[in-house]
Write a protein that binds this ligand. Sequence first.
Ligand code: NOJ
Length: 517
Amino acid sequence: MPKWLKNAVFYEIYPQSFQDTNGDGIGDFQGIIDRLDYIKELGCNAIWMNPCFDSPFTDAGYDVRDYYMAAPRYGTNEDLKRLFDEVHKRGMHLILDLVPGHTSIDCKWFQESMKAEENVYSHRYIWSDSIWEGFEGINNITGSIRGISDRNGSCATNFFSTQPALNYGFAKPSKPWQSAADSQEAMATRQAMKDIMAFWLGLGCDGFRVDMAASLVKGDEDGKANIALWNDIRAFLDEQFPEAAIVSEWGQPDQSLKGGFHMDFLLHFGPSRYLDLFRTEHPYFSREGKGNIKAFTDKYQEYVDSTNGKGLICIPSSNHDMPRLGGLLDEEEIKLVFAFLMSMPGAPFVYYGDEIGMRYQKDLRSVEGGFDRTGTRTPMQWNSGVNAGFSSAAPERLYISIDPDPNRPTVEAQMHTEGSLWKEVQKLIVLRMEHPALQSSAPVRFLYAQEHAYPFVYIREQEEEKILVLINPSSKDASCNIEITDNGQVLYSNHGTAFCENGTWNVPAESATFIRL
Ligand code: NOJ
């Protein structure tokens, strides 16, 4: 495990919407450089930046045209290198978004692959033998591209119909056109991806968030073939770039961490029960108090048990694919979300703007394949100036329009207001950085996590330090009995302090307390 993951707290930047410095209405690398001190002041020491490579942007950059070139709208490769350097100067790390499962239709590899004449890219993608034969029912294939190539055959897609699937083979090939996962052509694709990783790591990035990591080998029902593939890539990294970190968009740590990923996300899809926390009809962290934390902790415990402490399970505040916390929960509720995120194992991921409770914008017209995700990708709200300080462009030229509410939250206002969400998030990150028991690898033990009940209590332990966390998001005071009855030293409390009396813990409504035992 790279050393820097021990206490990494990530900040996710969607580069389009973070900070524009050249007035074109779209964020850029210079804008990110200008805001690094801000991210550092918040307390985050690592950054995940969404795709920034050359692309026609039919899926916000998850449709790469050239893996070796920064998208000109963000800057040049030299600017990106400067960003890495500026990040490192501040003792921080930055991971890029690697999209290994598919490219853009405009990618040179695909243009070559479509040709009738056999060439080195003919098998770079998954093609059937005949235009009339598709891929219905094959796991990890979403559809097909047909009728636009000179060669005969349909090409599998990995996500949108503009995203042809790269060929990493099939777990159990059953047709002549299906390569084995260790065939020459599948290994050539794998090598191409390793070369891309080596290129950017060589330039100074610190690792990758890996898009749709479980999707590469097709027809892989139990995930074993993809696990094997990623173990091979991890071995390559360990040998050549031991400080490089990889985090998967997999959503099943029981598989991904066995595949050698250092970290995996709990996500809004898949079996992880992440949605029970903040995003179901009755989320646990809502003050209405009807949530079910046990559904979450049971699954979480299963993941911990099956991975035996190997790798990190990461809980994001939101990301660019799901509704923001702001809009689902209010500022006071979100403070408790952060008390939870900053006191759980794994590396926390803060989606830009969640630290001020930026709100999901409903009913926006889709931008760059965002569809309902567009409302989560609006420009960062820095201040009360023009375009909330995001850009000097005319408002109609902005990448996505800004939250029109005159009372929209801003960084400037919250950084200067005692008791703001921003201040609370900062306080919680500082606390995490000061206490090894709160950091990534210290185990968690759930002490009170009952079906449809409040509070939620767990303990984090590392060497000499033990920290008890008691959270009650509901609007009613709650109590519980656990094995610990020591009032200890209060390290943090928000909205009242939990205390133990006659063997029973009393946890005030809408509160969070951290106690050192
Ligand atoms: C997951 C990414 O997070 C999402 O934004 C993208 O559209 C798909 N993968 C396809 O790459």
